[in-house]
Design a protein around this ligand. Structure first.
Ligand code: WTA
Length: 654
């Protein structure tokens, strides 16, 4: 089958929609709209029924929802353990030999880990952590690449009731230190080195640097991955394999309260300091499992591949808690899509006979650019469903994905959600919903969302505005670690009783949501959230920089790229070397993903008369658009000069 881009465009222009096929409906977990009706009739009773269905409780809850705006308690009084939920109960049900993870290492090494084996490893590590003095309620940092020890470490923490705080393996030592300090972590689990496109990344070295600053960390556990020699600090550092070798493979799970903290995960907001988003046990587990089941149409023989990184919320929910909670077999891939060949992903799909693939639109647009010949080398006929997450998907990419990866026959589910929501919020039910390429369709049963104008009034069909969530949901964040006021301010100050998502969307005449991207100072680069302010403060941290303004510049492939406008201290000249130095400086303080692609030096930044930097104008400049309203601008000369320089920069890049 071959379809060229023109055909794809034509399909899109026709406004083609895709109703579920008879074949799909016949095996769909949900094939009619009864769940929507039940949830509309009584939302709390609906969630209570789901909680009975999905969660194994030590003790049933007393109240389904206690809502003390903006603080929610779901299933208060209920007792459970997330690791038990993900492992023990499957083993007890005779599914111990089922594969939990099919691990594919970047260099090509593989491991197949059953539920029973994973349970053994988790118990050993849980005992080892206890031996190091880690107690219920202590925070444990995890800084690992995509290796099986990462989910094992998370579950070991969950087992003993120690909330984990995973830091994406691509973050720098400083970023790890900041998060560990904020969380007050007592222990950090890391690895010697990580594979990255055939090169080794010095994770232990970064962890050492982080520990120099984060003084609460008393112990470090080091997984051996590449086998490189690393320095071990006596008394503080322990090899993972040595530590767990003599431990018992039995460890009684802690009986946790529904509202006990399961983890914090840091995400970028509109200020320089990342926020530690808090998720608790029962509500999060329920939403993770329920959404995983109904959106991805999970069956006992599903081979599920979520190609995100566990260091982000997508991986937490759909590579660990939701999917293990449902007892599903998962592919866990360590590397990048193009190493060593551009068909590595399709090799993996074919080899493991993946039935579900869930990835970011950025990846799809990259595959489009490489061309269909790479997927066409492989038999992808095992696939039954495709999903996307992390950023708006353009209809062309949606159709390409269905066409070339999905043999023009299987559903594509676009799923909208956030670190804060814990699990999917707006997405189709593949056996029920008629799909429209580019739309995440409608809120799931049990989820209430709306699009409102500035004044908070719901927009009429066809209109656009701000996305709000109008009823508490089980997987919702329970706040920001150590910052209740900030939690209220960020999400609840605008509309009072409705959660402000920070996204813009249009709603069409069928009530379908079309997400348009962030409306605040958060950028979305390749599906990763990065705050403009965070990058600005990293730039200003450099001794040559007086002032910096950062904006997200639209990019065909990655959604946005980072463009920085920098004013240097007097006497310092801009140069190509300085550009490289500034980019590296940001890389060091945050991580390579936050390095600005474009840096334009400017003697002045455009500001309003009250001194506020005009970002909108800078976005226009960086995207080389005609300028919008400049009436509040203090000095228009600044902008014309900036336009000239930004055009020059963009020219260099091309
Ligand atoms: C964006 C990732 C459009 C959105 C799960 C949101 C999306 C932010 C979609 C959260 C989608 C996520 N369509 N935009 N299907 N999914 N986003 O916290 O701007 O890393 O606010 O969570 O990603 O990013 P986060």
């Amino acid at each position: 089958m071959s379809v060229d881009v023109k055909t794809i465009e034509a399909l899109f222009k026709e406004g083609r929609t895709f109703a579920p096929s008879e074949e799909f409906r016949a095996q769909a977990n949900v094939s009619n709209d009864s769940l929507y009706k039940e949830a509309d009739a009584d939302i709390e009773a609906f969630w209570a029924r789901q909680a009975e269905k999905y969660v194994s409780w030590y003790k049933k809850w007393d109240t389904t929802l206690e809502w003390d705006l903006p603080f929610a308690k779901w299933f208060a009084g209920g007792k459970l353990n997330a690791a038990y939920q993900c492992l023990d109960r499957h083993v007890a049900a005779g599914k111990g030999d089922k594969v939990a993870y099919l691990f594919e290492g970047e260099p090509g090494d593989t491991r197949s880990i059953t539920y029973k084996q994973l349970l053994d490893e988790v118990c050993r590590l849980a005992n080892a952590l206890k031996g190091l003095g880690v107690k219920r309620g202590d925070r444990v940092g995890i800084y690992l690449g995509m290796i099986p020890e990462l989910p094992a470490a998370m579950l070991a923490c969950a087992r003993i009731g120690a909330p984990h705080c995973v830091v994406f393996g691509g973050f720098s030592a400083d970023a790890v230190a900041d998060r560990m300090q904020d969380a007050g972590a007592v222990c950090l689990i890391t690895q010697d080195e990580a594979w990255r496109r055939g090169k080794a990344v010095a994770m232990k070295h970064n962890a050492d640097e982080a520990c120099d600053k984060a003084e609460t960390i008393k112990n470090m556990v080091v997984v051996r991955r590449t086998g490189a020699e690393v320095s071990m600090v006596a008394g503080r550092d322990h090899w993972y394999h040595e530590l767990i070798a003599d431990q018992s493979s039995e460890c009684e799970p802690e009986v946790m309260d529904a509202e006990d903290l399961l983890f914090t995960l840091y995400t970028s907001g509109t200020t320089a300091k990342p926020k530690g988003i808090k998720h608790t046990t029962a509500g999060y587990m329920l939403q993770a499992m329920y959404t995983h089941d109904i959106v991805f149409n999970i069956h006992p023989d599903t081979v599920y591949w979520c190609a995100a990184d566990i260091g982000w919320i997508t991986g937490h929910t759909y590579i660990v808690y939701g999917t293990l909670g449902n007892g599903t077999t998962n592919i866990l891939y360590e590397g990048t899509p193009d190493y060593p060949v551009k068909d590595r992903w399709w090799e993996i799909v074919e080899k493991y006979k993946a039935t579900v693939l869930y990835c970011a639109p950025t990846a799809i647009r990259t595959f489009m650019k490489w061309g269909p010949e790479f997927p066409q080398k492989h038999d992808l006929s095992s696939l039954k469903l495709l999903g996307t997450v992390g950023e708006p998907i353009n209809p062309e990419a949606w159709i390409w994905y269905r066409q070339f990866i999905g043999a023009d026959s299987i559903p594509v589910v676009d799923t909208w959600w956030q670190t804060e929501t814990g699990g999917i919020m707006v997405a189709p039910l593949p056996g029920v919903t008629t799909l429209k390429p580019g739309s995440a369709t409608k809120p799931l049963p049990g989820i209430r969302a709306a699009v409102v104008d500035e004044a908070g009034k719901e927009v009429s069909p066809g209109g656009g505005g701000y996305v709000v969530l109008t009823h508490p949901w089980p997987g919702m964040l329970r706040g920001i670690w150590g910052a209740d006021e900030r939690y209220k301010e960020t999400y609840w100050a605008t509309y009072g009783d409705r959660y402000l998502a920070g996204d813009g969307a249009r709603i069409d005449t069928d009530g379908y949501f079309w997400f348009m991207g962030r409306v605040d100072d958060v950028m979305n680069v390749s599906g990763h959230r990065i705050s403009t302010t965070e990058v600005e403060s990293a730039l200003v941290d450099h001794p040559s920089v007086a002032e910096a303004a950062v904006v997200g510049k639209a990019d065909e492939q990655t959604g946005q790229t980072i463009a920085a406008f920098v004013t240097l201290r007097s006497g310092i000249e801009g140069s190509t070397e300085l550009v490289a130095e500034l980019r590296n400086h940001v890389g060091k303080l945050i991580g390579p993903i936050a390095k600005p692609k474009f840096i334009t030096f400017t003697p002045e930044l455009p500001k309003t008369r009250s001194g506020k930097i005009m970002r909108r104008l800078l976005r226009d400049v960086s995207e080389q658009r005609l300028l919008g309203d400049t009436t509040t601008l203090a000095d228009t000369g600044v902008v014309h000069e900036l336009q000239r320089r930004a055009a020059e920069e963009a020219g260099k890049e091309a």
